[in-house]
Design a protein around this ligand. Structure first.
Ligand code: GSH
Length: 259
């Protein structure tokens, strides 16, 4: 059986789980301990120590986009990519923007709301910036969706599973799509699918155990990865001091250096 190293809150892992559920591929989900004693088999599968990574009969694949490509090649039915080259390019562009721009906004909001990275005026400022950026993202997605039933086009697929985890997370952090928008109606339709529902249930059960993790972050129990677009988000949105403090306290990290 396929093994998927994942974490329920990871939008990248959710993309892959939705693909697996939609294709009806059985898999064993494992949550590696990213902050403690990590299984060697996970480390071997993921040189950056990130989830998701997939093991298929000894063959390992990391990075959600590459895993999605692999699953589409290995298990072509039902297809998740749309049929035309134009639609395929279109949904891949949606995925790219969501993975590299939208993700950082939600991640930043979680750093503030769950991991207690900033307090008082700075927390308010960062949250407000995240809210404005989310609203911009929602306007862009509303235009991209247009009159379509699915981002993918005629059927649910790659375009939808690439957007869903991010829009669902925005709602969790207090910034749902505007009531009455086509995006809100799309979210409701997608959330009703078994694949998305299973992911949402896993998110809810993790969130129930998360209160304010600020003291644990302070104590060094979490060394969070401030990589590429996330680091940029924190600095661009006004949180350079959060980065400085994290570096001083050694509770943020960058990509591991590959050896
Ligand atoms: N480009 C990768 C990004 C994966 C990623 O950033 N995963 C995060 C979880 S959302 C992670 O594992 N971070 C490790 C950490 O925070 O230590 C993908 O698409 O899979």
């Amino acid at each position: 059986m396929l093994i998927l190293f994942e974490h329920p809150l990871s939008p990248y892992a959710q993309k892959v789980k939705i693909a697996l559920y939609e294709k009806g591929i059985p898999f064993e989900a494992k949550i590696p301990d990213l902050f403690g004693q990590t299984e060697q088999v996970f480390l071997d599968s993921s040189p950056r120590r990130e989830v998701p990574s997939l093991i298929d009969d000894g063959f390992t694949v990391f990075d959600s986009t590459i895993i999605l490509e692999y699953l589409e090649d290995r298990f072509p039915e039902p297809p998740l990519l749309p049929a035309t080259p134009q639609d395929r390019a279109r949904v891949r562009m949606l995925e790219e923007i969501c993975d590299t721009y939208y993700e950082a906004i939600n991640w930043g909001l979680a750093e503030i709301q769950v991991f207690g990275r900033a307090k008082g005026a700075l927390a308010d400022e960062l949250t407000a910036r995240g809210g404005k950026q989310t609203a911009g993202m929602h306007r862009w997605l509303e235009r991209e969706l247009g009159e379509r039933e699915h981002f993918n086009g005629a059927f649910f697929g790659w375009g939808d599973l690439s957007v869903y985890p991010y829009v669902a997370a925005s709602a969790l952090w207090g910034f749902p799509p505007p009531a009455g928008s086509r995006l809100a109606a799309w979210l409701e339709r997608v959330a009703a699918r078994d694949s998305a529902r299973l992911c949402a249930e896993a998110v809810a059960s993790v969130m129930a155990s998360f209160q304010n993790l600020g003291p644990l972050v302070e104590a060094g129990a979490f060394v969070r990865e401030y990589r590429d677009h996330r680091l940029e988000w924190m600095i661009r949105s006004g949180g350079l001091d959060v980065v400085r403090e994290g570096l001083a306290k050694n509770n943020i990290r960058f990509h591991v250096e590959i050896d």
